[in-house]
Write a protein that binds this ligand. Structure first.
Ligand SMILES: C[S@@+](CC[C@H](N)C(=O)[O-])C[C@H]1O[C@@H](n2cnc3c(N)ncnc32)[C@H](O)[C@@H]1O
Length: 122
């Protein structure tokens, strides 16, 4: 039986709280496995008033440089910060990782969340 993937993909990472936490755990319990953290990291994606409850501007203060520094200071070379809209960046994460053991869907906007849910399965 092939070994299961320990890689994690996170959709919606904001300031890196859960991504750093998961990368720390993987480092300890699944060495070699990688975390792919997808977010715009600062620029605020558009919401759709018909389905979204968040106002534009929320989560707009993330800083990718600060997250990278925090990760580096913890020795987290297994954390990949993938910046941009998930519809544009997810495929590169899928291609690079090959497969995932866990997908953490933490987007706050309906359409990209639906996209993540539909495309991560295969
Ligand atoms: C609830 S927060 C994530 C919280 C994060 N997991 C943590 O540990 O604090 C939701 C995030 O989804 C991101 N987001 C929403 N729509 C997005 C999209 N289309 N592409 C990339 N990121 C998006 C926002 O920028 C925001 O940082």
């Amino acid at each position: 039986m092939p070994e299961e993937s320990g890689n994690i993909i996170e959709y919606g990472s904001y300031s890196g709280g859960s991504a750093i936490f998961m990368a720390l755990l993987l480092k300890e319990f699944h060495p070699g496995a990688q975390v792919y953290a997808l977010d715009t990291f600062g620029s605020r994606p558009k919401t759709d008033k018909a389905v979204d409850m968040h106002e534009s501007g929320k989560f707009g203060d993330a800083n990718v440089g600060r997250i990278r520094s925090a990760a580096d200071s913890l020795g987290l070379d297994n954390l990949h910060l993938v910046q941009g809209l998930v519809k544009d960046t997810a495929q590169s994460g899928y291609d690079e990782a090959g497969s995932f053991g866990l997908a953490h869907l933490d987007l706050d906007i309906y359409h990209p969340l639906k996209f993540a849910h539909e495309t991560v399965r295969p």
